[in-house]
Design a protein around this ligand. Structure first.
Ligand SMILES: C[S@@+](CC[C@H](N)C(=O)[O-])C[C@H]1O[C@@H](n2cnc3c(N)ncnc32)[C@H](O)[C@@H]1O
Length: 262
């Protein structure tokens, strides 16, 4: 039974980095999305809020496949991307030979940069991978620390609900997880869970077990946490994405925040 267990999201992305190096996966898997047209759409959305003029030093924290930086490279002075594991950094460095770009290993809650270096910072689709409010607050402090005064800091796709609970299992016991689904989520979710497990037993389709919780909060809470870290929220809105038909759709559960360091 291909039951694949990850205790942290960092571990999960690190394994993806190793698969890219081994040639069994494409760089696009580092975006965490099944469709790279959504990543291209998100990149454009984010760029629209950055207002770059050509002079900026830009940091993309948890830069996924590096495509946002590649897109920005002709319009900025220098771009830095971070990923939490060496395997991802090696895959990114190999794929992007642009002299205006560099990649470093880093966690968002512990950035290896001097204070007040960056004019623009992007941290999109990353915060939900943190394990607690405390870690998320530490991440905001780090983003604020490395931002120059007046810098724009785009934090995107912050979820308001535990989206992963449907797809993942945070228990060491499969039966315990099925019992939890029956009790908390009802018969339909239980049957879906039983089906997913049966499929993993009899086919090569893996059943992914993630034991780490993920961070989510109300928009008002994120704005207050940012303010406590020295980042003022200029504007916030529902994250736009593409639906299955390729049409633009505002997310019901994820929000984007354009913050400015005062
Ligand atoms: C869903 S992908 C988003 C990638 C990219 N920002 C985008 O929007 O296409 C999540 C990214 O967060 C990174 N990541 C996961 N945990 C992290 C952490 N604690 N600190 C920094 N990056 C992290 C992953 O390596 C991955 O690049």
């Amino acid at each position: 039974m291909p039951i694949v267990r990850y205790d942290t999201f960092v571990e999960r992305y690190g394994l993806r980095g190793e698969q890219i190096q081994a040639g069994t996966e494409d760089l696009a898997v580092l975006s965490g999305r099944s469709d790279s047209s959504i990543t291209a759409f998100r990149n454009q959305e984010i760029t629209n809020h950055l207002a770059v003029t050509g002079e900026e030093v830009v940091l993309d924290v948890g830069c996924g496949d590096g495509s946002l930086l590649e897109m920005l490279a002709p319009q900025i002075q220098q771009g830095f991307g971070t990923a939490p594991t060496d395997a991802e950094v090696q895959a990114l460095t190999h794929a992007h030979s642009n002299p205006h770009l560099a990649f470093r290993q880093a966690l968002v809650q512990e950035l290896p940069f001097e204070a007040e270096v960056f004019d623009r910072i992007i941290c999109n689709g990353v915060i939900q991978h943190l394990d607690s409010r405390g870690t998320a607050q530490q991440a905001l402090r780090e983003l604020a620390r490395v931002a120059k005064r007046g810098a724009r800091v785009f934090t995107g796709e912050i979820p308001t609900t535990d989206e992963y609970v449907e797809q993942t299992m945070r228990s060491k016991s499969l039966l315990g997880w099925l019992a939890w689904r029956w009790r908390v989520q009802g018969k339909r979710a239980f049957l879906q869970g039983a089906f997913d497990l049966a499929r993993a037993t009899f086919t090569s389709e893996p059943f992914i077990v993630i034991t780490q919780t993920h961070f989510y909060c109300a928009p008002s809470e994120w704005i207050e946490m940012a303010r406590e870290s020295g980042l003022h929220c200029e504007t916030w809105f529902s994250s736009k994405t593409l639906n299955r038909a390729g049409q633009v759709e505002p997310s019901k559960t994820r929000f984007d925040f354009l913050l400015v360091k005062r």
